[in-house]
Design a binder for this molecule. Structure first.
Ligand code: SF4
Length: 464
């Protein structure tokens, strides 16, 4: 989701004459889009921004900004932490980033230091001349973390690519109305707000005209899309109506979505997998814990039985359905029995893969204040134990595909070895093969699977 938001901001800069630079060394504006889900991500962003302050000495005009979740949750405090910071813009204001940055940059480039004094265009800006690392710089601290009605409708543009791309992400909503006790998202992303189906379809039609064959629909709880704004029609939720509308777009060959929640995952959505063949046979479905006691502490309003039942229904609807998940280990109060419940559920569902997270405290969340915080050593032990189970399952699932033929969407050269090509199966498994990038990128074709490392498949395209 952050990647998609960043692309939107990048597009607003490039359509107004700026150029994206490959490295920060040439940039006139350096923006970091931040994530608050884990403390580590925040520390990394703060560290990176701190180090980049050195550019102020050789290039005093450079504008530095934070966007996204950490900008939203920490706001003004960030200016105290990072003296060279100019712009802090929250999650509902991505469409304003260009104006803020361009305004600061223009002033810096055009105003002689001894003539500073006139007001900036936005009332949120305070001008000041400060001495930073021995350099006199006009600071213009811009802070905008307000809510804005309709902000979900502003994430809709894509950076045109020189080369064809096979797939794209499409943001269909923003925010989350849940209150999971470990999560900061409802505070940083606001309430659920969906975009109209017609706008989403128009965006995807534009992507198709650029050669995109696969879209991934993005939302914090993607299956709850539109529930507060749009009506059910013929018993179908707004999300299923959206899937049908996207499915009808000529040129779209594959549809994915992430991430769904057990709440609101009803039979109409399960049934969609039986009559919408463009829906891929993969779902990333966060389980978080296999223990009802821990789910309750997490404020996840369902029992694990419901999660397991949905997985079973999906596999009945699509026998080749691959399910991946997120699991937190070491949540406050998690006993060995609770942990073993998670292990049991992993076996029962037979996940194709899982992201396992050691619980870490997030500021301003109820779980951070809960009793029963576990030692890091216990969390690490459980992390490693569950990882071993998941890795074995993933490896077995990959091995089982050796000798089969899979339809693969070619995404272009492999990131690790540019002399080979990379693609994905409908189950979202990565396949490496040889071929002509120019001719094959964006195409869907059969690949005979010949080998597996346990995480990556290798094969030979069967092209006529
Ligand atoms: S469903 Fe829970 S974990 Fe997911 S974004 Fe909402 S509050 Fe966070």
């Amino acid at each position: 989701m952050n990647e998609r938001d960043s692309e939107q901001v990048a597009q607003t800069f490039s359509e107004r004459g700026y150029t994206l630079t490959p490295t920060e060394h040439d940039a006139d504006a350096i923006l970091i889009n931040t994530c608050s889900v884990r403390d580590q991500a925040e520390q990394k962003a703060l560290g990176k921004m701190g180090i980049m302050g050195k550019h102020r000495v050789s290039r005093p005009h450079v504008v530095f900004g934070f966007m996204g979740c950490m900008a939203q949750s920490r706001g003004e405090e960030l200016f105290k932490r990072i003296p060279h910071l100019d712009v802090v813009v929250g999650t509902q204001k991505y469409h304003r980033v260009f104006d803020y940055v361009d305004s600061v940059l223009s002033r810096r480039l055009e105003t002689r230091m001894d003539e500073v004094g006139s007001e900036m265009e936005t009332s949120r800006v305070e001008d000041e001349i400060v001495n930073l690392n021995g350099v006199k710089v006009l600071t213009a601290r811009v802070l905008d973390t307000d809510e804005e009605e309709g902000s979900q409708n502003t994430i809709r543009d894509h950076v045109p690519r020189e080369k064809r791309r096979a797939k794209a992400f499409v943001s269909i909503m923003q925010g989350c109305n849940m209150r999971c006790s470990f999560c900061i998202v409802p505070d940083t992303r606001g309430k659920e707000r969906g975009r109209p189906i017609s706008d989403i379809v128009e965006e995807i039609e534009g992507l198709v005209s650029e050669g995109v064959k696969e879209v991934t629909l993005l939302g914090q709880i993607v299956n709850l899309y539109g529930r507060t704004e749009f009506d059910k029609v013929d018993g179908k939720s707004p999300f299923v109506q959206l899937l049908e509308a996207v499915h009808a777009i000529e040129g779209i060959e594959r549809i994915r979505f992430t991430s769904p929640h057990p709440i609101g995952f009803r039979d109409d959505l399960v049934a969609a997998f039986t009559y919408l063949p463009k829906l891929c046979s993969h779902i990333h479905f966060p389980m978080q814990s296999g223990s009802d006691a821990i789910l309750k502490k997490m404020r996840r309003p369902y029992k694990n039985e419901k999660f397991l039942a949905i997985c079973a229904k999906l596999k009945a609807a699509r026998p080749d359905m691959a399910v991946t998940t997120d699991i937190i280990v070491g949540f406050p109060g998690e006993t060995e029995e609770d942990f073993q419940e998670s292990v049991r559920c992993v076996h029962e569902v037979g996940f194709d893969n899982a992201f396992i997270f050691r619980y870490s405290k997030r500021k301003d969340t109820p779980a951070a204040e809960m009793e029963g915080q576990l030692e890091e050593s216990v969390k690490e032990e459980r992390n490693q134990a569950l990882l071993a189970v998941v890795n074995k399952l993933a490896s077995d699932k990959h091995d089982a595909l050796i000798g089969t033929t899979q339809q693969v969407l070619c995404e272009g050269p492999s990131k690790t070895d540019k002399s080979t090509l990379c693609g994905r199966t409908t189950q979202n498994k990565i396949v490496i093969f040889e071929g002509d990038a120019e001719r094959m990128t964006g195409e869907i074709f059969d690949v005979k699977i010949e080998d597996s490392t346990g995480y990556t498949l290798y094969g030979t395209p069967m092209l006529s």
